[in-house]
Structures are given as C-alpha cells and as structure tokens.
Design a protein around this ligand. Structure first.
Ligand code: KIV
Length: 300
C-alpha cells in the first residue's frame, strides 16, 4: 500500500471510487499521462462530502463563496476568518480530493511575509493542502513554495481585480494581451506553482499556454483544451441567482427541487398533515395508562 492510500478496501460510500489521495505531485503525473483533472468548488461539509464521493480530483474553497454563499456582489469582501471557517468544514468532509483554499483579497497584497503568514493559517488551522492566489505574484509563489505550501496560480479574468479590469471581462483578447498572459503563465510556473487556473481567456490562448507549460492548466471559461476544468458548485447545480456566464453548464436544477420540497412542507404544516402519527413519538402503554388515571382522578 502506498502512503497515499487510505486503508485497504476503502472506497467512496456511494460510488465505489477508490480512495487514493490526490496530491499536488499527482497533478503533474496526470498531465504527463494525459489524464484530465476534474475540479469543483465547495464551501461546506455536506456538499464537499458529496463532491468528494464522486471522485472529483480537486475541491477549491473558492472566494466565490462571497457571492454564492454570502450574497455579496463580488469576491472582495470575504475575510481570512470567513475563508478559514469554510475551509475547515470542507477539510472535515474530504478524504480523496486535493483541498485548495483560495486566499481572499487583501490577504496577500501586502508584503510577501504577510502573504506567507496568512497562507500558513490555511494549512495549519484549516487543513488546506494548497492555496490559490490570483495574478502573477512570482515572489510570493516562490516564498510559499519554499515554505512547503503548494500553490495554484490563477491568471486571466481574476475576479479580485474587478475594479482594475472595469468589470468581469474576458482577458487576453489581443495579440499583445495574449503574449503578456503567456509570459505571466511561464513566470508563475517557474516560480513553483503546481497548477494554474486560467479563467475567462480565449480558447486559443489557453490551448497555447497548456501546450507550453509542464504544470497542468485548469480552465474556467477557457475552452476544452486545458488539462482540467473547474466550475462553481452553485452554477453547476442551479443554485445561483445571477445570470449564468456563457461557459457554465448547468447539470441540475437544485433550486427548483428545493423550492418544490419546501412548498410541500409548508402546505403540509398548514394542513396539519405533517407530522403524521407515524412520525410522532408515543408514550409507552403503562405510562399512558398512568397518565390517563391521574387525569381521571383529577376530574372526580
Ligand atoms: O473562487 C472561485 O470559485 C474561483 C474559481 C476558479 C472558480 O476562483
């Protein structure tokens, strides 16, 4: 048994997917073997557990939780403490996938030392196995790598730069911008990142970067030629309340499912058809008789 394996015979509860722990070095090997990397966000115990049990390779506790869980307009407001709280819940649930914590806006935008100290908190206090940072911050990526913290880079449409970009806009659309993006991707890989998220970039640019780098690229709105794909969980299952981006494929309508279930519950409560007698606890026969006789004595 490899030290990465869970105890013999272990498998996911619902799917039987073998529980060989996914690690950052495994990603490089997957790229070499041409095996595509599946990834998804999760922010809480229940969904992380379901996602992990399906055999998804990487679970990102994304700062998108600011929008899809906490209802903010963009990702900027979420704090380190909030991200730690959700990362802990996800780490408790996950047995197989690589757990990556997204460093929130402001937590790595000061000195390199501050960035490393915040990243250490995600590993030490929340069980993250890697951190993701946006932008070509090569000095920080190098320092994190030296501090034994695996890094996932993130280039292209980086949502924490929403104000600089003037909105959530596809990046790398001119030849100059595409060349700049390629140079940044090489710099991030050379600094030590183990994988690179490419978000909101033309398919052709993502394909070229993917072909040139030895680390895997994980696309979101970057076309099918990346080494893997990631989506926001709430978009995938139909639990988001904003219009979906072009690249989102919705695989279920959990919103409709939840609405129907809750409507039925409300109607049942209003008509006293929930709970039923079978869904109620009952006194044991002797206690019921004793109680009845006390009631009878009182009346007489
Ligand atoms: O926060 C997030 O969800 C992300 C993505 C790459 C999906 O950064």
């Amino acid at each position: 048994m490899s030290i990465n394996d869970f105890p013999a015979g272990s498998s996911s509860a619902s799917t039987g997917v073998p529980l060989t722990k996914v690690t950052m070095p495994a990603f490089a090997e997957m790229k070499r073997q041409g095996k595509l990397i599946s990834s998804l966000t999760a922010y809480d115990y229940a969904t992380a557990r379901l996602v992990d049990e399906t055999g998804i390779d990487m679970i990102l506790v994304g700062d998108s939780l600011a929008m899809v869980v906490l209802g903010h307009e963009n990702t900027l407001a979420v704090t380190v403490d909030e991200m730690l709280h959700h990362t802990r819940a996800v780490s408790r649930a996950v047995r197989r996938a690589l757990v990556v914590a997204d460093m929130p806006f402001g937590s790595y935008h000061g000195t390199v030392g501050e960035g490393v100290a915040n990243a250490v908190r995600f590993v030490k206090e929340a069980g993250a196995e890697a951190v993701k940072i946006e932008g070509p911050r090569v000095e920080l990526i190098r320092a994190l790598t030296e501090a034994e913290i695996p890094v996932v880079g993130h280039l292209g449409l980086t949502p924490q730069s929403v104000h600089r970009m003037g909105g959530f806009r596809v990046q790398g659309r001119s030849a100059d911008a595409a060349l700049q993006l390629k140079a940044e991707a090489h710099a991030v890989a050379e600094a030590g990142a183990g994988a690179l998220v490419l978000e909101g970039v033309p398919r052709e640019v993502a394909a070229a970067i993917t072909a040139e780098l030895s680390i895997p690229t994980i696309g979101i709105g970057a076309g099918p030629d990346c080494d893997g794909q990631i989506l926001v969980f709430h978009d995938l299952v139909g639990l988001s309340f904003t219009p979906a981006a072009k690249f989102v494929r919705r695989y279920a309508d959990a919103g409709a499912l939840i609405r129907t279930a809750v409507e039925h519950y409300r109607e049942d409560v209003e008509h006293r058809t929930f709970p039923s007698d079978e869904e109620s606890y009952h006194l044991p026969e002797a206690a019921r008789k004793a109680l009845d006789s006390v009631g009878t004595e009182r009346k007489t």
